[in-house]
Design a binder for this molecule. Structure first.
Ligand code: PGA
Length: 531
């Protein structure tokens, strides 16, 4: 189950409408499964607006509603038939014969249910099913029970639902005691499902849905057996804490974010030596943290390449490791895995000093050069290892060979490894220099280079000038390609602050903001929590 967390109901309605609209755009004769209740009202309003502005065409769309009270007259303003016409059908160009709602006036409800099921099948099946969720976990009128019905059927409403729905009637006595509803199998047969949840009164059930197992006492948890479900919820309905895990070569960092985006915990533990040790370490940490926090989702950042959910990393014992499904299986929580640099970039745009930006490029200057790209506050990603910004070629002729197989890669000039290696080579060529004097056991640190410059060392200054020139070439290219609002730099060398930024800014062609990360190594776990 994929979770889209929205700031408020307005955003939830927009996102849900967009999802339905894309379905119709891709397949104009889509079969939609629709829901009633207060939650989808905003989404229906947006869909109607899109239709009226000519953006969306419902003329070929077929709809099947989830449920209807029984018995109830269509003209009753509490019938779902009335609701749908009022909130959607009267406002869009759908054809009347394409609208299907279980008939609350049917004399023979059993026959009505069987016919309804048949009509769904004959239409080719539901492409996209929209669902709300009841406070007791019902979907449609599939109420909590020891066993659940598969197909469209007549059912009794629980006291809980009668009470919840009485707000629409003059009194609870007027709420019909029965309903016709699609069954769990009818719903699960849909190709794609979008479940909407909004408001604080859904907190408990949303947390049961995300964090709990599959259980007929919370019928919505059946959705976890479906391969394509999106839960769109707002912050009011989502109480759980999100755990972020950033796997590094030496340590694994963790962070917990609560539903108000407050960081409530930070920790770390040693990275295991084998795949099994790493997985066990993560699973045990998750279990321990669950003792103190109501964790509902886990995000994991890992180095390496992630393809089809499998991780392969050069510096970790991961070779096609299905990290996401393994941790999900062992914790029962919803887990998302992404590249660690992507997570760090997400951490920067949510929690860092660029949180006011929509689009950023994070550049980490460490052993190599890495980074992540955020566009519209989302990670820019593909299934093909994108964003390897350390490996675009900045020097085509006589470029330094890179372990990736190319020559002249940016990281061969701008990583800390390259910076200190160049300094060492220059120092050796100039044994009279201050820089040479700072060498210990034949090595130099980044700090030595800056200290030498501070003491007026021309050799160190030359090394630094070359470094900054190459850094600027790369940044200018990234700015040309992505047009970010800000470039964020991270890594040990950025501790130098203005000593690094001031000369760099002079070589940057645009007025893009250049920032030094205020999160540094914490960004990965924070971003992972937000995946
Ligand atoms: P609601 O109802 O959208 O009005 O909360 C949802 C449901 O009961 O399924």
């Amino acid at each position: 189950m994929r979770i889209i967390l929205c700031d408020n109901y307005e955003e939830l309605s927009k996102k849900a409408a967009k999802l339905v609209a894309s379905q119709i755009t891709l397949k104009p004769d889509s079969v939609l499964g629709l829901a009633t209740g207060s939650t989808p009202v905003g989404m229906y309003g947006k869909l109607a607006d899109m239709c009226n502005s000519g953006e969306l065409d419902f003329s070929e769309v077929k709809t099947f509603n989830l449920d209807e009270y029984y018995p109830i007259k269509k003209t009753n303003n509490q019938s779902y038939d009335y609701f749908m016409r009022e909130n959607l059908f009267s406002k869009i160009n759908i054809r009347d014969e394409n609208i299907h709602i279980p008939n609350g006036e049917a004399d023979d409800p059993e026959k009505e249910c069987a016919d309804y099921e048949k009509k769904i099948r004959e239409s080719g099946g539901i492409d996209l099913q929209v669902l709300g969720i009841g406070r007791n976990g019902h979907i449609g009128f599939n109420e909590p029970d020891a066993s659940l019905n598969s197909f469209t059927h007549l059912t009794k409403l629980t006291e809980n639902t009668i009470k919840a729905n009485s707000r629409f009637f003059r009194s609870a006595d007027e709420v019909p005691r029965q309903a016709l509803t699609m069954g769990i199998a009818t719903i699960l047969n849909a190709k794609k499902i979008v479940l909407l949840a909004s408001g604080a009164n859904k907190r408990k059930v949303v947390s049961e849905l995300i964090g709990g197992g599959i259980n007929t006492s919370v019928p919505a948890t059946m959705l976890k057996t479906h391969p394509d479900v999106v839960l769109i919820c707002d912050r009011e309905s989502y109480s759980g804490a999100r755990l972020g895990i950033d796997i590094g070569g030496t340590n694994i960092k963790t962070a917990i974010i609560d539903s108000d985006n407050t960081v409530v915990y930070k920790g770390e533990f040693k990275t295991g030596n084998t795949e099994n040790e790493i997985i066990t370490g993560i699973v045990e940490t998750v279990a321990a943290l669950r003792g103190s926090f109501d964790i509902t989702t886990v995000g994991i950042g890992t180095p390496g390449i992630i393809k089809d959910g499998k991780v392969t990393a050069a510096n970790l014992p991961f070779k096609g490791t299905p990290l996401e499904s393994l941790i999900e299986e062992k914790t029962g929580l919803s887990v998302t895995v992404d590249n660690d640099a992507n997570c760090a970039a997400l951490g920067e745009v949510v929690f860092g000093n660029t949180k006011d930006c929509e689009n950023i490029v994070l550049i980490t200057l460490g052993t190599g050069v890495g980074g992540g790209i955020i566009m519209n506050r989302q990670i820019l990603r593909s299934n093909n290892n994108m964003g390897e910004i350390g490996h675009f070629v900045i020097r085509a002729k006589n470029g330094r060979p890179c372990k990736c197989g190319q020559s002249g890669c940016w990281e061969q000039y701008c990583s800390m490894t390259a910076f200190t290696r160049d300094a060492k080579a220059m120092a050796k060529k100039n044994p009279d220099s201050i820089l040479f004097g700072l060498m210990k056991d034949g090595t130099l640190t980044g700090e030595d280079i800056f200290n030498a410059m501070d003491s007026g060392c021309e050799v160190a200054k030359k090394v630094f000038d070359d470094y900054i020139r190459y850094l600027a070439i790369g940044i200018n290219s990234l700015v040309n390609i992505f047009g970010p609002d800000a470039i964020v730099l991270a890594g040990g060398v950025t501790r130098q602050g203005e000593k690094l930024l001031e000369p760099l800014r002079q070589l940057i062609k645009s007025d893009v903001r250049i920032e030094i990360s205020n999160l540094q190594n914490d960004a990965g776990a924070l971003g992972a929590a937000m995946l």
